[in-house]
Design a protein around this ligand. Structure first.
Ligand SMILES: [Cu+2]
Length: 266
């Protein structure tokens, strides 16, 4: 059954067109004498043409029509959702930063990129033995999160990811993160896992693969933290030159833009 035969107007159109077809056939020259064909047969045929549209058929039209209506409406919704997502990703020059990872948090639980979905996040890569830069950057990030917490509640998740698998054990990371922010999540893992995670986030680190926990060494590493949106997409990166105010301002601006565009709050 085609969609065009389902609406109420076509219902009538079919009836009248079949009537026209019948009368055309009547007008067509035939070897059968006219009188033999006419009065009764024409009457019964017309009746049978209209008779297809029983209450049962009408109900079927209504049900199919409703089904089509809901089908097209849901397709339209899907399309709109897709357009919205595309628009969200259309931040100029947004680089491909981040991706799937499976690490261990400072409480010993598995933590993946999915645990960050639905929240804004600030992700810093460093090591707990870092004498100066990491503490400074984490202080800055924590202070920014504290300010944002006051304004929005806990919608920005601060994260620390270790680049020193040999020395940054779970208890070591747990002690470290507690010095900065009560909600700071510290993540660690083995060398291969951390190296792969850092690669996904385009972070460089120099820790040798065969380093031992007892070794004394400094880790050369990229210094910035990433700002990710509630869909896990990269928004911006903050380096040493960014101040706490810069971070707060940038995050607030992005939250406003996102809420304005999506009509949703986190
Ligand atoms: Cu450092």
């Amino acid at each position: 059954m085609s969609a065009s035969s389902l609406s109420a107007p076509s219902f009538r159109a079919i009836a009248s067109s079949s009537r026209r077809a019948l009368s055309a056939r009547h007008a067509f020259p035939s070897t059968v004498p006219r009188l033999a064909k006419l009065p009764t047969s024409s009457g019964t045929r017309d009746k049978s043409a209209v008779g297809v549209f029983t209450p049962k058929a009408a109900a079927l039209f209504a049900v199919t029509g409703a089904a089509l209506f809901f089908y097209f409406r849901s397709e339209k919704d899907k399309l709109q959702e897709q357009r919205r997502k595309e628009k969200e990703d259309q931040v100029v020059g947004r680089p491909q930063v981040g991706g799937p990872f499976t690490l261990t948090d400072h409480k010993g639980k598995t933590f993946t990129e999915k645990d960050l979905l639905g929240k804004w996040s600030l992700i810093y890569f460093g090591f707990t033995n870092c004498p100066d830069i990491c503490p400074e950057e984490l202080d800055k990030m924590s202070a920014a999160v504290e300010k944002l917490d006051k304004e929005y509640g806990p919608i920005v998740q601060p994260v620390f990811i270790s680049v020193d698998p040999a020395r940054d054990s779970v208890p070591q990371v747990a002690r470290y993160v507690s010095e900065f922010h009560p909600r700071l999540v510290g993540l660690t893992g083995d060398y291969a896992t951390l190296k792969a995670t850092c690669k996904a986030f385009r972070v460089y680190f120099s820790t040798p693969p065969d380093a031992k926990a007892s070794d004394d060494y400094l880790v050369d590493h990229s210094i910035f933290f990433y700002f990710m949106d509630p869909n896990g997409q990269f928004v911006d990166a903050f380096g040493k030159v960014s101040t706490e105010e810069d971070v707060v301002e940038r995050v607030k601006k992005e939250i406003a833009r996102w809420e304005g565009e999506t009509g949703r709050k986190v």
